[in-house]
Write a protein that binds this ligand. Structure first.
Ligand SMILES: [Zn+2]
Length: 311
């Protein structure tokens, strides 16, 4: 009897796994340092490349796997799981979610089905309880169909992290740095101490102008100062290429955000109107960067409005 139940259980796992529409984008796992890997997303907007536009990562310990972020569709997470399974058959124990934005969380159900615990930063419930969360999922069911469909669910966290947290799994030690409301309602990073590899989430976009949205830019700038002082050898940004040159990987986001903050603080303090301010700023340092056209004016306006509220 036990055997039959086990067999049925395995069959249902198999059936679930096969329910996800296959992706045609190539999902690869790159080894960084020791037992730390990352899944490099492509560079594009939210609905390009079947939603494969953000990075994820995983660390293989002696007791199981710790995953960082779950990619933008269950199909992508399934492809990621298959990559993990080529490296280890150890259980997926914990998924650390750097922040609750669609491109990092729509794959969570795949890891939940594997029995993983989901850890997320404080602020996650503000997102899940907002109208944005179900509305965006509904629209992605069209714009990312069939990879996001009626079977795609928002997965709730099992544990909320609201301060810096050390934990270990098997032979590995980890440090979660909790940043608060920075790029989203709540952000945190994961450092694998054994592998000296930091997964930063979206406080760093490498190789392109970041998306500012309704971020708290003052908190973001302070967070970057903090992250620049974390000791590490490898750096995995939320978007863009990982490297063994952390300061270089962080450089563009750091320079850009501080530039926005400096220029727009001066304008808001002088009560200068936005259009005039925007025209007068010399953007040449950033004009050649990918996503500049798409993001810069929106970013500048968002920061201007934010500073008007808080200064
Ligand atoms: Zn993102």
């Amino acid at each position: 009897m036990k055997k039959i139940i086990l067999l049925l259980g395995m069959l249902s796992m198999f059936a679930q796994a096969n329910n996800y529409e296959k992706v045609s984008v190539e999902v690869t796992a790159e080894k960084l340092n020791g037992n730390a890997y990352y899944i490099p997303g492509l560079s594009g907007s939210a609905t390009e490349y079947e939603g494969f536009i953000s990075n994820a990562g995983f660390i293989v310990t002696s007791e199981g796997v710790v995953v960082l972020d779950a990619l933008g569709t269950p199909s992508l997470a399934q492809a990621m799981l298959e990559k993990i399974r080529q490296i280890t058959d150890k259980p997926i124990k914990i998924v650390i979610v750097s922040h609750y934005h669609a491109d990092h969380i729509y794959g969570l159900q795949v890891f939940k089905e594997q029995g993983a615990e989901i850890w997320a930063p404080k602020g996650t419930w503000d997102y899940l309880d907002s109208e944005t969360a179900p509305n965006l999922l509904e629209s992605r069911r069209t714009s990312l169909y069939p990879w996001v469909n009626d079977e795609t669910r928002l997965i709730k966290p099992d544990r909320i992290i609201d301060k810096d947290t050390k934990f270990s799994l098997g032979d590995h030690q980890f440090l979660i740095s909790y940043f608060g409301k920075v790029h989203s309602e709540g952000d945190m990073s994961l450092l694998s101490l054994n592998d000296q590899t930091l997964y930063s989430g979206d406080i760093i976009f490498e190789g392109r102008i970041p998306f500012v949205g309704d971020a708290d830019i003052i908190a973001w700038s302070k967070t970057l100062d903090r992250v620049r002082n974390i000791e590490m050898e490898y750096f995995v940004p939320g978007h863009g290429t990982a490297s063994d040159q952390p300061q270089e990987t962080m450089d563009l986001t750091y320079r850009y955000l501080n530039f926005l903050l400096d220029k727009l603080t001066a304008a808001v303090e002088d009560m200068a109107p936005f259009d005039e301010t925007y025209q007068a700023i010399d953007w040449s340092e950033f004009e050649g960067e990918p996503a500049f056209e798409a993001a810069n004016r929106k970013n500048a306006y968002a920061v201007y409005l934010y500073l008007e509220r808080v200064l």
